[in-house]
Design a protein around this ligand. Structure first.
Ligand code: UD1
Length: 418
């Protein structure tokens, strides 16, 4: 497993392009299964999770080619409807193939995704929704066999929680179901709108994506299309964090600033100066970050759980005490113990972390507990005095395309050691 070696306390400055969104690219690539034809997806980041998704597509019978950041998927012939356990486990969000495979073939056989480092990640909302479409489920030996004997029938589905993955699976299954599906209390994340834009380009009839009520009129079939994935708002905020924690500055080129609303207000509360010029955003950090009174992770447009760990790194060196409440995942504080090794003062009680900002972190050897937790350790290492070694960066490779290259271009001293 690779490591990052970081020499901290360098001010990062620069103008950077932000990768395409991982959380958009994954469901869009899965959605190509629904299209009888060729889909051309631009701006796909180079990530372990994207590679795992491509492995699943190839297993199902798609022909996949990558040309730079473009992935071309020919889904004319889908030959299988099963996803083997090893491929399911390579990527936890592989459950997103369920709606697409069912929509295309009327059956699907997958393994139970299982828990992961940030929590149990149950799939009850996905399963309940599929049942509403008239899908039968047989369970045994860790496998789930889904069959829609008479095809998928549209339904009105009310989600008890606006789950991102469940909303995506319902949109996928509904796109070619017979009749009109309505999702009530749908997730409103920008990645949902991106998926709907892709599917509408393929001939689907989806309206209201990005709002709480989404309406999907089922169509007979979908064809391939060309689509550009939206910029990754989590990666964008991570690079804002890298500039902020090192008293530096950064301009992010070609992002969608409105996707960062709740994030921008947190950076402003910490004393950062943020200006927006069209699709460019510039952040200039203060000489010392200020505490944030309270951050509560929430479904979009609230503060994203994926930035809870990176922002905790920032609060650990801010002036004053910050309170961070994690409401989305039950086990997303594994980075706390590692940040403490660098000198952070954090107390956790259940879903609440109280972070007492210290004057300075000091380098140490730490281990990435998960994707965003690993990224928090990198940010902490950039600000720490001395050398920080971040181990198990395979977690970070799941979500960041060339993290060390982007940070180096901003002046960081960070090396990857395999
Ligand atoms: C997606 C993102 C992930 C992000 C998360 C929340 C992708 C590939 N991943 O994950 O980066 O952190 O949204 O913004 O897009 N839940 C249930 N039952 C279900 C489904 C979910 O109880 O059937 C719970 C989960 O355990 C969790 C919460 O709902 O506590 C949110 O999960 P969800 O919105 O589904 O997240 P993901 O789609 O897995």
């Amino acid at each position: 497993m690779g490591k990052y070696i970081i020499e901290g306390q360098r001010k990062l400055r620069g103008e950077i392009d932000v990768q395409g969104s991982k959380n958009s690219a994954l469901p869009i690539l899965a959605a190509t299964v629904l299209c009888k034809g060729v889909s051309v997806i631009h701006n796909c980041p180079r990530l372990l999770d994207i590679a795992a998704t491509i492995n699943i597509l190839e297993h199902l019978g798609c022909k996949v080619k990558r040309e730079g950041s473009t992935v071309i998927v020919d889904s004319t012939d889908i030959t299988r409807y099963d996803i083997p356990e090893n491929l399911m486990h390579e990527m936890r969000s592989s459950i997103i193939f369920l709606g697409a495979v069912l929509g295309r073939l009327g059956k699907a056989n997958i393994s139970t995704p299982g828990g992961c480092e940030i929590g149990l990640r149950p799939i009850n909302l996905h399963l309940d929704a599929m049942e509403k479409f008239g899908v039968e489920l047989e369970e045994g030996h860790g496998r789930l066999e889904f069959t829609a004997k008479n095809g998928l029938k549209a339904a009105t589905i009310t989600l008890s929680f606006p789950s991102v993955g469940a909303t995506e699976n319902i949109i996928l299954a509904a796109s070619t179901a017979v009749g009109t599906t309505v999702i009530i209390n749908a997730a409103r994340e920008p990645e949902i709108s991106d998926l709907a834009d892709f599917l509408n380009g393929c001939g689907a009839r989806i309206s209201g994506a990005g709002e709480s009520t989404v309406v999907i009129e089922g169509v007979k079939s979908l064809s391939g299309t060309e689509h550009t994935v939206i910029p990754d708002r989590i990666a964008a905020a991570t690079y804002m964090g890298a500039a902020a924690i090192t008293q530096g500055s950064v301009t992010l080129r070609n992002i969608i600033p409105s996707h960062l609303g709740s994030v921008i207000s947190v950076f402003e509360e910490m004393g950062c100066d943020i200006s927006i010029n069209g699709r460019n955003l510039t952040l200039v950090a203060p000489s010392r970050l200020q505490r944030v009174k309270t951050i509560r992770t929430m479904p979009y447009p609230g503060f994203p759980t994926d930035l809870q760990a990176p922002v905790m790194a920032l609060t650990s060196v801010a002036k004053g005490t910050s309170v961070i409440i994690e409401t989305i995942f039950e086990n997303r504080f594994k980075h706390v113990g590692q940040l403490a090794r660098l000198g952070a003062k954090i107390m956790v009680d259940g879903r609440t972390a109280v972070v007492e900002g210290v004057d300075r972190l000091t380098g140490a050897e730490v281990v990435s507990p998960d994707l965003r937790g690993g990224c928090a350790l990198v940010l902490a290492g950039l600000s720490a005095k001395g050398t920080t070694v971040v181990d198990a960066i395979n977690h970070i490779d799941r979500g960041y395309d060339g993290l060390e290259d982007v940070l180096s271009s901003m002046g960081a001293n960070i090396k990857r050691v395999e």
